[in-house]
Design a protein around this ligand. Structure first.
Ligand SMILES: C[S@@+](CC[C@H](N)C(=O)[O-])C[C@H]1O[C@@H](n2cnc3c(N)ncnc32)[C@H](O)[C@@H]1O
Length: 292
C-alpha cells in the first residue's frame, strides 16, 4: 500500500499536542526530528531558538481524505491556517526511509552516537546508543555535535559533570561513557528529565551515576565540568549560577549561540572564566573556558 506523509513544522512545546491530533486524525505513525533545516538570521539573545523547532511527520494511508485531515487538525489545534506539506512515500521502504536519516555519527577520536537499530560500526569505540525522541539531542545538530567533540577531547576520568539543559541527556551520558564519575542533569522540561533517565538505562549506566532535576530543585554543589547547550539569552542570564556550579580550575562549555552573540556571552562570564578560542560549525559557535 502506498502512503502519504504529512509534515508539520512546529515549536517543540506544541509537538506532543500535534502528535495526539495526528493520531486522532488516523495517522498510522508519527515521528519527530530536530528541525535544523532553516537558516538562522540574527536572533536577538532571547529569541526563539532554532533548536526548539521540531518537524512532526504523520504517515497516512494514500486513500485518506487529505482535506478532511487538515480541517480536523486546524480545528483540534485551533490553528485556522496550519503550515503543512503532504508528500507521497513508497510502500516498500517507508520505515527504512525514515530510519535512514539516523546514521551513526563519530564525534572525535573515541565517541560515536549510534541509533539502537544499527550495529555500531566501530565496536571498540565509546558507543552511545540513542534513538530520536521528543527531547532535543540526537547529535545531528551542530550545537550538540560541537559539545560532544569537546567532551571527547577531555580526560574525564573521575570528573563530576553538570549538564544544564540536558534534553535527551546525550551530553551527560557521553561524559559518563567517557569516564566521568557522576552527572547532574537539569532541565526546565520534565519530559527531558525522563528521556535522560531512559537513555541512561539504554546505555547500561548505573542509575545512581545520573541525577535529574528541575532548575529550582537542583543542588548548588559545584562540579568539575559544566556544559550548557541552551540559547544565548538564557546563557547570559545563567552566568552567575553556572559559575557557582563550576569548581575552581573546572571547565565550562557553552553552546547554542551564533557568531554575532559570542562576545556578549563571553563578557557575561568574564568575571570568573578564561576563554579558549571559540570553535564553530556552520553558523553555530561553541565557547569553552577554565574557571579561575
Ligand atoms: C538545545 S537543547 C540541548 C539538549 C542537549 N543538552 C543537547 O546538547 O543536545 C536545550 C535544552 O535546554 C532546556 N532549557 C531551556 N532553557 C533552560 C533553562 N533556563 N534552564 C534549564 N534548561 C533549559 C530545554 O528544555 C532543552 O531541553
Amino acid at each position: 500500500m502506498p502512503w502519504l506523509q504529512l509534515r508539520i513544522d512546529s515549536n517543540r512545546q506544541s509537538a506532543e499536542h500535534i502528535e495526539d491530533a495526528l493520531l486522532d486524525a488516523g495517522a498510522a505513525s508519527v515521528t519527530f526530528e530536530d528541525n535544523a533545516d532553516e537558516p538562522i538570521l540574527e536572533p536577538a539573545l532571547g529569541e526563539t531558538p532554532l533548536w526548539q523547532q521540531t518537524r512532526i511527520t504523520g504517515l497516512f494511508d494514500a486513500g485518506v481524505d487529505t482535506a478532511a485531515v487538515i480541517s480536523f487538525l486546524e480545528e483540534q489545534l485551533d490553528l485556522p491556517e496550519l503550515a503543512y506539506r503532504w508528500s507521497p512515500l513508497e510502500d516498500r521502504d517507508w520505515e527504512r526511509e525514515w530510519m535512514k536519516h539516523y546514521q551513526p555519527i563519530q564525534c572525535g577520536s573515541h565517541l560515536w552516537i549510534c541509533p539502537s537499530w544499527i550495529a555500531p560500526p566501530n565496536p571498540g569505540a565509546v558507543n552511545l546508543l540513542l534513538d530520536p525522541g521528543l527531547a532535543f539531542g540526537t547529535g545531528t545538530h551542530p550545537t550538540t555535535f560541537l559539545c560532544l567533540q569537546w567532551l571527547d577531547s577531555l580526560d574525564l576520568k573521575g570528573k563530576s559533570v553538570t549538564d544544564y539543559g540536558c534534553g535527551s541527556g546525550i551530553l551527560a551520558i557521553a561524559s559518563l561513557l567517557l569516564g566521568a564519575s557522576s552527572a547532574t542533569c537539569v532541565d526546565i522540561d520534565p519530559q527531558a528529565l525522563s528521556a535522560t533517565l531512559d537513555n541512561t538505562e539504554r546505555n547500561h549506566l548505573e542509575p545512581g551515576k545520573v541525577a535529574v532535576f528541575l532548575p529550582e530543585q537542583a543542588p548548588q554543589q559545584p562540579t568539575d565540568v559544566v556544559i550548557a547547550n541552551i540559547l544565548a539569552g538564557p546563557l547570559v542570564e545563567l552566568a552567575p549560577k553556572l559559575a557557582e556550579r563550576t569548581n575552581p580550575g573546572g571547565r565550562l562549555c557553552l553552546s547554542g549561540l551564533i557568531e554575532q552573540q559570542a562576545e556578549e556571552v563571553m563578557a557575561s562570564y568574564a568575571d570568573w572564566f578564561d576563554f579558549d578560542p571559540p570553535a564553530q560549525q556552520e553558523q553555530w559557535v561553541r565557547l569553552t573556558a577554565v574557571k579561575r
